[in-house]
Design a protein around this ligand. Structure first.
Ligand SMILES: Cc1cc2nc3c(=O)[nH]c(=O)nc-3n(C[C@H](O)[C@H](O)[C@H](O)COP(=O)(O)OP(=O)(O)OC[C@H]3O[C@@H](n4cnc5c(N)ncnc54)[C@H](O)[C@@H]3O)c2cc1C
Ligand SMILES: NC(=O)c1ccc[n+]([C@@H]2O[C@H](COP(=O)([O-])OP(=O)(O)OC[C@H]3O[C@@H](n4cnc5c(N)ncnc54)[C@H](O)[C@@H]3O)[C@@H](O)[C@H]2O)c1
Length: 451
């Protein structure tokens, strides 16, 4: 039986919009359903507003350091409502851009919550639409631990609409969101305690980078506690929150922020009425072409739990559009060498293998690292230092990983990611002329491997 459409996309976030736009541009008949703001998590509750908040928070250091350069910046004051209003205005502009991207491509946008009602059928906004293929790109939501009083805490979604900045905050978690938002709060003057349940946060990153970040964050005044978890939250008579920790201590705070991971929490999608399967964490299982066990249904982005990053979601959405409608241009997504940055203050940037992962994978390695006070801080009394690190295969001289903690680490590592993707050797790094004076030049001037 002929269907109404070639592709029905559920979710107009990073992955869904990319797939819908490419598929429509390839000539497919496409509709996309979205029940919230266009652009999904990245645009509305993630990367973009987060980065604006990070920029806002970074002014604290600029004001503190300006005096050493002769500026007098007396008593700088911060107004949360201004940052929030300006952020909201820019996000509304981006929502409009996403709308016009879909319109220009010729994809139909249907406002409403979509539900799968068969391998080729979706119900949305009172309409039943059929399609040869359905692409599910509904993303993930923040998870809250199951502890008494958890409802008194907030999650990252709430941070972007907080009516007031808290005076004190307790951040729970040790991943990207925890360190980024703890840095935002700290930069904006909040007294922040961050707790992480194991020995050291930022699991999966190079150990040296994790330790260096820990030390730098502490220098910024973050009260970072490890082997510490939250067991219960209570509201006190004065409105403050009393947090009970597994160490036996209690802590009084104005805000508990759970940054304890994101997962697929939706229950009304109808996907589970099809043959599609999920793993133990609820992530949808797909094959190499993002096809679920129901052959007409595909899934991409955070929902499949591979790498919860916008550029990965974009690449997966594009791969599905090409696979279905332009196979001649299809290229599989390369999950090796995904560069990534953590926009804490200071930033972390990383691509490729950390020291410990390289050893675990059987490489014989040489490690080059450099720790120093960046030139910009030499006139100031700031105690901070940056760390730059290269992990090199001792047998074939290939650079396996490049890692950095310091200002603009994300900007710097993006360029190095191209070099690693091209298979650059340490010798080629050495033969590259430096840009002087920069922090990044250390990546091409480190000569002596660490003992
Ligand atoms: C605080 C935070 C900061 C982040 N920072 C970064 C960063 O700096 N860099 C980076 O690369 N990544 C970052 N990420 C991760 C990034 O935002 C995600 O990986 C990316 O947005 C995933 O895209 P997606 O299309 O899979 O899902 P989403 O963008 O979440 O889109 C899913 C869409 O589906 C819609 N939807 C769900 N169910 C339905 C339904 N039944 N019907 C209709 N619509 C539906 C949702 O409303 C949503 O718009 C951050 C995430 C967070 C939370
Ligand atoms: N800059 C970026 O690219 C960026 C920024 C933010 C988020 N993201 C993406 O979004 C994903 C989700 O971010 P996230 O920080 O929520 O997840 P995460 O998986 O990075 O970190 C979750 C943290 O919470 C801890 N945790 C989990 N359950 C807990 C519990 N019950 N009690 C105490 N601690 C608990 C984990 O040990 C971990 O440290 C990230 O993995 C990342 O892929 C990317």
């Amino acid at each position: 039986m002929a269907h109404d459409l070639d592709l029905f996309v559920i979710g107009a976030g990073s992955a869904g919009v990319r797939a819908a736009r490419f598929a429509a541009n390839f000539g497919a008949r496409v509709a996309v359903a979205e029940d919230r703001d266009l652009g999904g998590t990245c645009v509305n509750l993630g990367c973009v507003p987060k980065k604006m908040f990070v920029y806002g928070a970074s002014y604290a250091d600029d004001f503190a350091q300006a005096a050493s350069y002769g500026w007098s910046v007396d008593d700088p004051a911060f107004e949360w409502s201004t940052l929030l209003a300006n952020k909201n205005r820019e996000i509304a502009r981006l929502n409009g851009i996403y709308d016009s991207i879909l319109q220009k491509a010729g994809a139909r946008l249907i406002r409403g919550r979509a539900r799968i009602v068969g391998p080729h059928a979706v119900e949305v906004a009172g309409e039943r639409v059929t399609a040869d293929n359905i692409l599910v790109a509904t993303g993930c939501r923040p998870l809250r631990p199951d502890i008494p009083g958890a409802e008194l805490g907030i999650v990252s979604d709430d941070v972007f609409h907080l009516p007031e900045l808290p005076r004190r905050a307790l951040v729970v978690g040790g991943g990207y969101i925890a360190v980024e938002l703890a840095s935002v709060f700290r930069g904006l003057g909040v007294d922040v305690v961050q707790i992480y349940r194991r020995e050291l946060f930022m699991r999966g990153f190079d150990d040296g980078i994790r330790e260096h970040l820990r030390d730098q964050l502490r220098l910024k005044g973050l009260d970072l506690r490890f082997n510490t978890d939250l067991t219960r939250i209570e509201r006190q008579n004065d409105g403050a929150l009393l947090a009970h920790l597994n160490t036996g201590e209690t802590l009084t705070t104005d805000c508990v922020l759970f940054a304890t991971g994101r997962g697929p929490t939706e229950t009304d999608l109808g996907l589970d009425t099809t043959r599609a399967t999920r793993d133990a964490h609820g992530f949808v299982e797909v094959d190499d072409h993002y096809r679920t066990a129901e052959p007409s249904i595909y899934a991409v982005g955070d929902l499949i739990g591979r790498a919860q990053l916008t550029p990965v979601a974009l690449a997966e959405g594009m791969a599905v559009a090409r696979h279905l409608f332009r196979p001649s241009e299809y290229a599989p997504v390369d999950y090796e060498l995904i560069p990534t940055a953590v926009f804490s203050l200071p930033n972390v940037g990383t691509v490729g293998l950390g020291e410990q992962d390289a050893v675990r994978r059987g490489h014989r390695i040489e490690v080059y690292e450099s720790r120093f006070k960046p030139l910009k801080l030499t006139l100031t009394d700031a105690k901070e230092s940056c760390l730059l690190k290269l992990v090199v295969d001792a047998d074939d001289n290939r650079v396996l990983g490049a890692h950095m903690v310091g200002a603009d680490a994300g900007e710097i590592i993006q360029g190095l990611a191209v070099a690693l993707k091209a298979g650059a050797t340490k010798r080629q790094f050495d033969e590259t002329i430096a840009i002087h004076p920069t922090t990044a030049e250390e990546f091409v001037t480190m000569r002596q491997p660490r003992a």
